[in-house]
Design a protein around this ligand. Structure first.
Ligand code: DP6
Length: 363
């Protein structure tokens, strides 16, 4: 168990390791879109079922931590989020930092000025916790490494970053790697941290396009954490876990064989199953909008009538992600602009594609 190992290692922390001069660490970490969805938790931030995601490129968060030895006994924290001091996100960060102190005891002895900003507008209604929490976790892992004066990045650096990111937000565990990423117990995977998709990826999947169709930028009525909690006593809990497990195998085969048809069938089944879980929770709720179902109908009839390789997936919200290979890009963009753009809020679409993973920022 990594949990025990990291807690044990933290006990060796010595105040002598605290910095004599202020310094800065920082990471840029991407968002990711799940193909097989994590929905429902067991234990602390561990998933009921395995999941797999594609890391994005343009949608990311940059976090920098400026740190110095605390002037008072107890270290203090300042947060600037998208340029705003005392943003509501501060409470979540504060809770997270308290939660991870047993792993990072230095937090109690440092003054931390955390500056975090998203590349995508907050108002776009896009989930930012995956990129925000992974860039923060990566920065804390680098801070730890700098205090210990370890040169380079130890081989298990990203494993620990994934473990720490998971404690902030489950989906963030998958944002510490590029390409396709698995998290959860499935063929050697772990519930404690994510790992890069094992095995080669066939065309057209190494670089897949993802256009986000913003149907609504309003805050969700029910956030993801409450949605996960409703899976605890969900009548379909077991069946959903079995379905996700089966779909891990199907997506894995599709990625390895370059089978877009099977990929589309599985990602769409996963997206709709996620929302079916919300509809059939106790109490049930829906995050879908009229435009969401209208766009799904249009995607499916376009695929049916033209044979184009295009698929959709959904987050825990009404916005759609349109996934398609580069060979179809020109044709799909024309169709999208004509048929789907008018259904988006303020005609907003965000174009992205498979990304290479996080990057350490220059100081
Ligand atoms: C539907 O990772 O946001 O996007 O662990 O409570 O922070 P917390 O939940 P979160 O849940 C994401 C759910 C999802 C599916 C997925 O990303 O796998």
């Amino acid at each position: 168990m990594l949990d025990e190992q990291y807690r044990r290692e933290a006990l060796t922390f010595d105040k002598q390791q605290l910095p004599s001069i202020p310094a800065t660490v920082g990471w840029e970490a991407p968002s990711n879109i799940a193909l097989v969805k994590y929905w429902g938790k067991k234990a602390i931030q561990q998933p009921v079922n395995p999941s797999v995601s594609m890391t994005l490129s343009n949608m990311h968060t940059q976090t920098r931590i400026h740190y110095s030895r605390a002037k008072k006994d107890e270290g203090r924290i300042w947060l600037r989020f998208n340029g705003i001091e005392d943003h509501p996100f501060k409470d979540r960060i504060q809770r997270y930092l308290n939660h991870v102190k047993p792993f990072f005891p230095f937090i109690s002895h440092l003054d931390l000025h955390i500056d975090t900003r998203n590349s995508f507008p907050h108002s776009a209604g896009m989930a930012s916790s995956a990129s925000a929490m992974s860039s923060l976790a990566l920065s804390l892992c680098s801070l730890e490494k700098d205090l210990l004066e370890e040169p380079g990045e130890p081989s298990d650096f990203f494993q620990k970053a994934s473990f720490m990111a998971r404690l902030g937000s489950g989906s963030a565990a998958r944002s510490v790697y590029g390409g396709y990423v698995e998290w959860g117990q499935h063929e050697g995977g772990s519930d404690e941290y994510a790992r890069p998709f094992p095995g080669p990826i066939a065309e057209p999947f190494p670089v897949l396009n993802d256009s986000v169709l913003v149907v609504s930028s309003q805050p969700k009525k029910i956030n993801s954490s409450s949605g996960h909690a409703l899976m605890d006593n969900h009548p379909y809990r077991e069946a959903r876990a079995a379905q996700a497990e089966e779909n891990m195998g199907r997506i894995s085969r599709a990625l390895k064989e370059g089978d877009f048809k099977s990929f589309a069938a599985t990602t769409e089944e996963e997206a709709l199953s996620l929302h079916a879980m919300m509809l059939s929770s106790r109490p049930g709720y829906s995050l879908l909008k009229e435009a969401t179902t209208e766009i799904i109908d249009r995607i499916r009839s376009y695929r049916y009538s033209t044979g184009t390789s295009v698929a959709f997936t959904l987050d825990a919200g009404p916005n759609l992600h349109l996934l398609y290979p580069t060979r179809e890009k020109e044709k799909i963009r024309v169709w999208m602009n004509q048929q789907l753009k008018p259904l988006c809020e303020g005609e907003k679409m965000i174009h992205d594609f498979t990304g290479n993973g996080p990057q350490r920022l220059d100081k």
